[in-house]
Design a protein around this ligand. Structure first.
Ligand SMILES: Nc1ncnc2c1ncn2[C@@H]1O[C@H](COP(=O)(O)OP(=O)(O)OP(=O)(O)O)[C@@H](O)[C@H]1O
Ligand SMILES: [Mg+2]
Length: 322
């Protein structure tokens, strides 16, 4: 069964073709818009929507071409409809609905964070229960996944997401947007001392990143060297994520952990996770940030569980996972 997955929730136009019968991603095309948002230090919703609208036909045709399928092979169309930037979401959602309507194939709306949550299992089947740590540009949460569709959010950020903190630290230090990849690269090349940054004290499994970010701002204003400052930030941010994850494993006694979202590309986080002593699932780099493959993968499984969605389903800027 050939499934189309569409994601335009933020600043990546992504469409994938997924063969559910063989559990293989046949193509996953991502057109990133970073260069158009860079000068603003973050994503501008109107620009994102316009670029999605300009690119989506080409991304679709490329996804079909690479997968070597034609539109008539598609049996299910899935698209992210929540949460995300509303004008951006609407482009992919409307496009996907149009394809579903024209081809007379079922449509399934997908929750973007739920799709990230399951992305470490693309190409295989999830084993339950597992603890999901989602670390992206807009979200940071730990979820106990009992089975598909049954989730308990154990903790989430009370202010900034960790990816957002990376992006803000890069903005403060003049490293541009997005911050994660450049800070990670600097960390790899830096071998000096580290500055002491505070680890936020938030009870339970919730997170807070605004204190670390403010400390970085103060030190930057005092003239702290950029490489030392951002490397110290990465060290404390990753150590904080690992502390919380260890706490969640201890509390739930669930030792199966799936980490996802853009920040799961981070090299230090990957190193630290590998030495945690848990059964670890982490997506290959191409499925860490926004991608259509995770939308098709999850959409297909939700379709089997719940059936199709009406073409009248709308887009939502905000939406909890449960
Ligand atoms: N190597 C890395 N280290 C740390 N952070 C990274 C790395 N690579 C990317 N990121 C961060 O990942 C984030 C983008 O991830 P992703 O595309 O999953 O988020 P998003 O789609 O913008 O947000 P959400 O999924 O919450 O709506 C950015 O904040 C970026 O800085
Ligand atoms: Mg995302």
């Amino acid at each position: 069964m050939i499934v189309l997955g569409v994601d335009t929730s933020c600043d990546d136009t992504s469409i994938a073709v997924y063969d559910a019968s063989s559990n293989k991603v046949l193509s996953n095309i991502v057109s990133s818009q970073y260069e158009f948002h860079r000068e603003f230090g973050g994503v501008v919703p109107e620009i994102a929507a316009r670029k999605h609208a300009e690119n989506i036909d080409l991304v679709f045709l490329e996804a079909l071409k690479v997968a070597q399928v034609s539109p008539s092979d598609l049996r299910l169309v899935c698209a992210t409809n929540r949460p995300g930037l509303l004008p951006a979401l609407l482009v992919g959602l409307t496009f996907a609905k149009g394809i579903s309507y024209n081809l007379k194939v079922p449509f399934k709306a997908v929750h973007h964070i739920e799709a990230h949550l399951f992305s470490p299992f693309i190409g295989s089947e999830p084993s339950y229960p597992f603890l999901g740590l989602v670390v992206s540009g807009g979200h940071t949460l730990i979820v106990l996944v009992e089975r598909l569709g049954r989730y308990k959010v154990l903790g989430k950020t009370l202010d900034d997401a960790v990816g957002e903190a990376y992006d803000k630290v890069a903005k403060i230090t003049g490293l541009g947007y997005p911050g994660g990849p450049v800070i990670d690269k600097i960390y790899r090349s830096y071998d000096g001392d580290y500055l002491k940054l505070p680890k936020p004290k938030v009870s339970g499994l919730n997170f807070s990143f605004s204190g670390i970010k403010s400390a970085v701002r103060r030190l930057a204003e005092k003239g702290a060297p950029t490489y030392q400052l951002v490397s110290s930030f990465q060290r404390v941010a990753v150590s904080y994520l690992i502390d919380k994850l260890k706490e969640a494993v201890k509390e739930t006694k669930v030792k199966r952990v799936a980490v996802s979202g853009g920040v799961s590309a981070n090299s230090l986080l990957r190193e630290e996770l590998a030495s945690l002593g848990v059964e670890l699932y982490i997506p290959p780099l191409e499925f860490t940030s926004d991608n259509g493959a995770m939308v098709a993968y999850l959409g297909y499984r939700k379709f089997l569980l719940e059936g199709e969605d009406s073409l009248e389903v709308g887009a939502l800027a905000r939406s909890q996972i449960t």
